[in-house]
Design a protein around this ligand. Structure first.
Ligand SMILES: Cc1cc2nc3c(=O)[nH]c(=O)nc-3n(C[C@H](O)[C@H](O)[C@H](O)COP(=O)(O)OP(=O)(O)OC[C@H]3O[C@@H](n4cnc5c(N)ncnc54)[C@H](O)[C@@H]3O)c2cc1C
Length: 150
């Protein structure tokens, strides 16, 4: 279980990297792609997607930093950081799925095509919700840490 705590921060970081790449590609595409005589980034519905993606990416990063700090503290006092690691893994992996889904939508048909990396980001994001413990298991770890119940 101690090994899993550390591994979960690693998977959270992998998920964050995928989400960041998808967000970066989406911002660039929104700045370049034109539809109906406008950059698609000028449409409010695209702006809303980008804003929500950015908030979740940054929140994931902060949860990962929190887990890293908890790991450091645990090393010093021989403790555990299971809840913090699970929170980072759960949120970052679900953010990666959310962000890659929205990124494909922003790219329209090109997002689905293998000519661009978006469909790979989407497939890579999904596994982060599964390995090193599924999202269901992370929620169990978090709730059990909160309540002390098993
Ligand atoms: C590409 C890949 C690489 C992997 N690499 C490794 C590795 O290097 N080392 C390693 O040890 N493992 C590895 N795994 C295994 C991985 O960790 C497991 O697939 C993962 O933990 C889920 O277990 P499972 O597949 O047996 O699913 P199951 O446990 O059968 O779960 C199926 C579904 O039931 C849900 N579920 C199960 N139990 C509960 C419960 N108590 N409450 C609520 N829902 C529940 C799950 O959340 C999931 O939705 C890898 C898997 C893949 C796909």
């Amino acid at each position: 279980m101690t090994v899993l705590d550390a591994g979960r921060i690693g998977i959270a970081s992998q998920a964050l990297g995928i989400a960041e790449a998808a967000l970066e590609a989406s911002v660039k595409y929104a700045q370049e792609r034109e539809a109906f005589g406008q950059k698609i980034g000028q449409f409010q519905m695209i702006q809303q997607k980008l804003a929500d993606m950015k908030c979740r990416v940054d929140a994931s990063r902060l949860l990962i930093y929190q887990a890293c700090l908890a790991k450091k503290a645990a090393k010093e006092n021989n403790g555990r950081y299971s809840m913090e690691a699970s929170m980072a893994k759960l949120y970052a992996s679900e953010t990666a799925m959310y962000v890659t889904t929205e990124a494909i939508q922003i790219h329209g048909g090109m997002g689905y095509s293998k000519e661009m990396p978006l469909e790979r980001y989407f497939r890579d994001a999904k596994i982060t919700e599964i390995y090193e413990g599924t999202s269901e298991i992370q929620r169990m770890v978090i709730a059990r840490s909160l309540t002390g119940l098993r």
